[in-house]
Write a protein that binds this ligand. Sequence first.
Ligand code: NAG
Length: 802
Amino acid sequence: MRWVCLALVFLAIPIHGQPNNGSDTLVWGAYRPNLYFGLRPRIKQSLMTGLMWFGVQDYKSVEKTRHACDQGDGLDSYTWTTYDAREGGVQVIKDSRNNVKLSTQFLKVPGGEHGGSWAARIKGEPLDPARPSRNSIIFYAGMDGLGGLDMDTEEDENGIEGPISFSGTSPGLDDFTLRIVDGPDNEPITDGPHANAFAERAGKTHVAGIRVPSGSIWQAREHILQNIIKHGSEAIGPYREHPSGPPDPSFIFQLSDDVYSGSSLYAVQKLVNGPFQIDIFFESASAKQKLTSAILDEGIQALTTSYNERFDKVFPVPPTYQANDLESIKSFSKAITSNLVGGIGYFYGTSIVDKGFAFEWDQDEDAEETEEKGARLTEPRDLLTATPSRSFFPRGFYWDEGFHLLHIGEWDNDLSLEILKDWVGLIDDNGWVGREQILGEEARSKVPQEFQTQVPTFANPPTLAMAVTAFINRLKAHQTGPSDQDLGMDFGLQDAQFPLGQVTPASSHSRYLEDAELSLLYLKSIYTPLKRHYDWFRRTQRGQIKQYGRKARSRTEAYRWRGRSKDHVLTSGMDDYPRGPPHAGELHLDLISWMAFFSRTMRDIADFIGEVDDAAAFRDIEKATLDNIEDLHWSEENKMYCDANVNDEDESYHVCDKGYLSLFPFLLSLLPTDSPHLGPILDLLRDPEHLWSPYGLRSLSASHPLFGQGENYWKGPIWIQMNYLALGALYKTYGAQEGPYQQRAKEIYAELRKNIIDNVHKEYERTGYVWEQYDPISGEGRRSHPFTGWTSLVTLIISEKY
Ligand SMILES: *[C@@H]1O[C@H](CO)[C@@H](O)[C@H](O)[C@H]1NC(C)=O
């Protein structure tokens, strides 16, 4: 163990003046999480790969070709069960329509100067061995941008036997080869109606080389299916009215075996009967390593073993957790964490911004007429980010990301910093970041047009502040607690001892925690843009105090979300939560609470990097903000925190709708433990007539007239990230520190935690998925799935990491 520490210290020594932060181990990944399986490098325009499959048991399945994750496909389940961004992972996909259980295995092999090599294995077996399982499996690779890809294996108009090789080069990857090899026991499809007539092509591997314009490899599915349909309609010609019926679909739905010169997209098709295995090897030339199936055999085994060991150390189930289904809870926890990390994507492209848009109540009369009215495309940007849902929301969402990073940061601190750095990099000169990052055409293709445009006066809850605070807390804990090595972070390839010529030292998940200088540099590098972002919030989301005769200790700290419509405050993240009518004089409780939290984070980071004057200023603002939460938002009459609004007589009044909104000062641990307002908050959340359910806290009181009404998005359903905040406040603050409500907080914590874990786990077992939200009456999973964004926080809830 000790020498590994030394090796790490050595690694952190600056090479070419740059400290090695381990980002070279993050070049390749399943960074196309919108696909069931798609590998690409974290390079702007480069090699893109993907998997497609359809059944050939009938003529209809081809229309249901699986490629991009789609709820309409009706798969029984799909999730990474093991995934580590630096090592690789294993995904299990169950597709009962095609009677196949697929496993996609991905093994990263470090070496060379261009992000290393990798091997992937696609394995399949029938879900039900008693039924036929005949499938067409297609793997493709295409080059976007500069560089090229050629097929080295000789073409044959009837298909190819044996391995198929490609070689390519691109500016970021340099020279590489790609090889596709059958497993030893694959059974090709050679039987079926009219087998004799198709004997020459049956049982072979089919290919196509297609020319597609740069930047459109993401449309591979359409290009490839077009090729298959064209070939198929020619092949079926003579059999259209055949007395003995049509040929077996497997003879018809084949790639054409044409490879056009100058092709940038190549597809390789295997038609398999029953269990099969296909290995794909990407060898980076500078790594000078030959990959083999034996490396996959051993490497995947070693990867899963060490992943499981490390997982149990990083996310232990506390001994106090009494469950007779402990093993099931553990594999559930691994699956949701793996699918969160395996759901990280790398995106590149333009987005749409309208600088001139403003609702009537947001219009600033003093503002100069901007010359940039209307929606426009921006310069392309790139972003490494987790995604809320691989099927439904496969792109970056600002307020989700802060929660994602809490979870990712526990597993792989340095990966969370890479992602955070990319998001901070999006903060523009004014300090603004778009709420949804819809970068490029592929991302846009999943978003209805009315949601594509971002407006630079619109905000979103500043959850990135949570990620910064969490990192600083980890740094502080690391100075006193066990090191990452002690937690067994060194695993995978280096332990496997398989025959790689040259094995690099242990990859690390926490170089920044080990190296005080590296972390200080990092915090300094994000400080300036983060401060600009914070100032942008204070400047652009300010609320009015004195205009309406409001009395408050601070004359400045009041906030209002811009960009709300009559029925929605999308910017708040709680879209349709009842908020009263729009008015320029509204004050929003959640936003002022977030701002107090943000000020606290800014104070933490300023303290940490020695910006003493700034730290003092942030402390003052924090204090003023906390005072004003009391002065502007507490309703003594209703005994709760509320929004404030303005009536027709220009008088201020409180808008009080019992629900998540009412909890904010508590959720973010802004109230002192002896606050007299804590009791009423705990009463509200523990009351089954209001927020309490056996499945978690409801977003809106069950007694509210709008409960369950309208689109019912935030009008009752249970959201896991909000419950996570509540649990965190109870565990870390109100149950941990002395105060009149400590005992009560502890009791509520234990009950709420159990309710959340039990229900999300039960629904996962029942449906195969974790869900965006849960029904406030029945607890059933609702809306998008899999939703391994913030619903995956259940792992942190199980292991009590808040
Ligand atoms: C890690 O180092 C690389 C190369 O110097 C750099 O591009 C990247 O931004 C660094 N990552 C972080 C999180 O600072």
